[in-house]
Design a protein. Structure first.
Length: 228
């Protein structure tokens, strides 16, 4: 599934560029190790298969590490955009039944305000092993819980399994190759953002993360110029 195919990409090209953002460059091997440490930190707190874990982090490399680490622990990710209104975040936290939320120093106070059950900062992974926790993940295992906009009423949680993403991004018609660079511009709280992430990382490509939501043509050029 997502974790299994990612592991194949790591084995095939461990030194290949996986994620880049604002000057930080992370290889497939490094991303794998960082996500493994997070998975072990979650498992040590009893958060594993079947659990739901919120991810509330500013745009950058860390959310990608967080998403992969949650999946490696056998849990499902519930992306929580820190720019969402407080009321929406409160509803998502309560409705999704999350066991914990992954935060950093900038988003932890926000999650305290919305009543998150447990906060785990990304720095809490220090000292954890970098080895794969080898938690079984199946085709129908839940990978994500996304919430609709709620424009016609209350937001609704949509549960998506691993196989749903794999079927799309590994389809030859998806067209992403290992030599490609995929931009991550969408909010991770929508499925389009997840397709950007896994469209790159399950095909051995590089993911270029923008810290801004909307970029001009010139800014897009700056984002990718280092790749040329």
């Amino acid at each position: 599934m997502i974790t299994e195919i990612f592991a194949e990409c790591v084995t095939r090209a461990p030194g290949a560029l996986a994620v880049v953002c604002a000057g930080e460059q992370v290889s497939y091997a490094e991303l794998d190790a960082r996500a493994n440490r997070l998975a072990h930190a979650l498992l040590a707190r009893g958060i594993g298969a079947g659990a739901r874990v919120g991810v509330c982090l500013p745009r950058g490399v860390e959310p990608v590490v967080a998403l992969l680490g949650v999946l490696k622990a056998g849990a499902a990710a519930v992306p929580l955009d820190p720019e969402y209104p407080l009321e929406r975040l409160e509803f998502m936290v309560a409705d999704s039944g999350i066991a914990a939320v992954l935060t950093d120093a900038s988003t932890a106070p926000l999650m305290h305000r919305v009543g998150a059950p447990m906060l785990l900062e990304m720095t809490d992974t220090i000292g954890q092993p970098a080895t794969d926790p080898a938690v079984p993940v199946f085709a129908q295992s839940t990978a994500y819980v996304f919430y609709t906009s709620g424009s016609t009423g209350r937001p609704k949680g949509v549960v998506l399994p691993h196989e749903g993403f794999v079927r799309v991004v590994r389809d030859p018609n998806f067209g992403v190759r290992a030599s490609d660079v995929v931009s991550q511009l969408s909010t991770l709280s929508f499925d389009a953002g997840a397709l950007e992430v896994w469209g790159a990382l399950l095909n051995g490509a590089a993911l270029a993360v923008s810290v801004e939501r909307v970029l001009s043509v010139e800014e897009l050029g700056v984002l990718f110029v280092f790749m040329v």
